[in-house]
Design a protein around this ligand. Structure first.
Ligand code: OAD
Length: 256
């Protein structure tokens, strides 16, 4: 159980912040039933390593395997609902002057909870694009309008006939430029950064807290486990975000 004194300290920082960045990772969606990247997977997919599947070369080698894996993840995300952690973050955005959510998550649970200012660093799993972006980057395609033989693998691009793929960033790929710019600018400007549910292992997202701190920001971490970010965080709330963030929100509301 996180100490109430720490919750109050975090609420003070948030209440006084002028530019708040909330950097999130898979942990914030865990209590919505979406497994984190480094969690063991269930059943059929247990023997596959996400880091081996989430690459362009894995897709080229076995497009059906990678497409089916994303269909499985898409199904989990489709059924998921925002948890109290997402809701508390959306409420903070309404109450505090400038709040931006920078997420590594490919689900839309922040938006479903009511967050408006959300930057997706790693794309959106619900979207599909041409593997070759044949009509420009990204060439998004609405798959619900397509019919194809699902046993043969991913649907073909209606423009060029080659494979469609999920609109997510794979290992080794560069991040969408606009999202990266927005994240950089916000990290440089913020006076408080709250880092929620990320292992802090994947760059460039993992570098933002250090960058923000070097520019004078206070760093808050919410994570039941220590991470590389813990060392540079001014405050660490060591608990699940779905429990901790509603308490933080209540403490902020008491100051209003
Ligand atoms: P990870 O799966 O690496 O880490 C999830 C973090 O969430 C861990 O530090 C957990 O301790 C923490 N956690 C677990 N349950 C939590 C809870 N209830 N509340 C808060 N935190 C909790 O996920 P990410 O850091 O998001 O990239 O991974 C970063 C990126 O690496 C992903 O976006 C993905 C991945 O491989 C790409 O796909 C490009």
């Amino acid at each position: 159980m996180v100490d109430e004194i720490l919750i109050q300290k975090v609420a003070d920082l948030l209440h006084n912040s002028r530019h708040l960045v909330i950097l999130t990772g898979a942990g914030v969606s865990k209590e919505s039933g979406v497994p984190t990247f480094r969690d063991a997977m269930d059943g059929l997919w247990a023997r596959f390593d996400p880091q081996q599947l989430a690459t362009a070369s894995a897709f080229k080698e076995n497009p059906k395997l990678v497409w089916d894996w994303y269909e499985y993840r898409r199904g989990m995300v489709r059924d998921a609902k925002p948890n109290p952690g997402h809701v508390a973050l959306a409420e903070l955005e309404k109450r505090l002057p400038n709040v931006i959510v920078i997420t590594q998550n490919v689900d839309d649970l922040h938006e479903q909870a009511g967050s408006i200012n959300v930057v997706h660093l790693h794309g959106k799993i619900a979207q599909t694009k041409c593997f070759y972006n044949c009509q420009g980057d990204p060439t998004l395609v609405d798959v619900s309008t397509l019919t194809w033989d699902k046993e043969s693998g991913p649907p073909p691009c209606p423009h060029c006939g080659r494979w469609l793929r999920p609109d997510v960033v794979w290992f080794g790929e560069i991040l969408p430029a606009e999202a990266l710019d927005a994240a950089h600018t916000a990290s440089a400007l913020c006076d408080v950064m709250m880092v929620v549910g990320t292992s802090g292992l994947v760059n460039p997202a993992a570098s933002f807290p250090l960058y923000a701190r070097s520019r004078g920001a206070q760093i808050i971490e919410v994570n039941p486990q220590p991470t590389p970010i813990t060392d540079i965080a001014h405050l660490h709330l060591e608990g699940p975000s779905g429990e901790v963030l509603p308490r933080v929100l209540n403490a902020v509301l008491e100051r209003a």
